[in-house]
Write a protein that binds this ligand. Structure first.
Ligand code: ATP
Length: 126
């Protein structure tokens, strides 16, 4: 919560501290984020193995970021939904399904981009 006595710089630094705490919480407590980080590590190893270009690295990190952001926001929506209505409700199910669509969109795009980067390199192996 905002402290009215904080100046601009102090207020921003305080927000940054909470944001890093949130990032740490996501990494350490959420299985979906852990899974995405594991995939990101594998993709990075593949990037080194296939010696991908700078542009390909940029696209790879962009889609990794996109998936992590979407997954994190989906987690936040799930937490809010569970908090405001812990019991079963059709609308909560609908909201959670819609929210889960966001990381799914990101994952589909990341698969397409991975295909562009790696399929030609894998074909060259044979
Ligand atoms: N309270 C609820 N009422 C109705 N349906 C729900 C409710 N909670 C979950 N669901 C249904 O179950 C699905 C999975 O919900 P859950 O909260 O377990 O998300 P998840 O994607 O499995 O979680 P995570 O991303 O943490 O693995 C939802 O998309 C929704 O269809």
């Amino acid at each position: 919560m905002k402290n009215p006595n904080d100046g601009f710089v102090k207020g921003r630094l305080r927000s940054l501290k909470f944001a890093f705490r949130g990032t740490w919480l996501l990494i350490t407590t959420e299985d979906s984020i852990k899974a995405q980080i594991a995939i990101a590590i594998i993709a990075t190893i593949l990037g080194f193995y296939f010696n991908i270009s700078n542009i390909e690295w940029m696209f790879q990190f962009m889609v990794i970021g996109m998936v992590l952001v979407a997954e994190s926001l989906n987690t936040a929506v799930e937490k809010i939904a569970d908090f405001i209505h812990p019991d079963f409700h059709v609308k909560i199910g609908f909201i959670k399904d819609i929210a889960a669509g966001a990381p799914t969109f990101a994952a589909i795009i990341s698969l397409i981009i991975s295909g562009f980067i790696y399929i030609p390199k894998i074909i060259l192996l044979f």
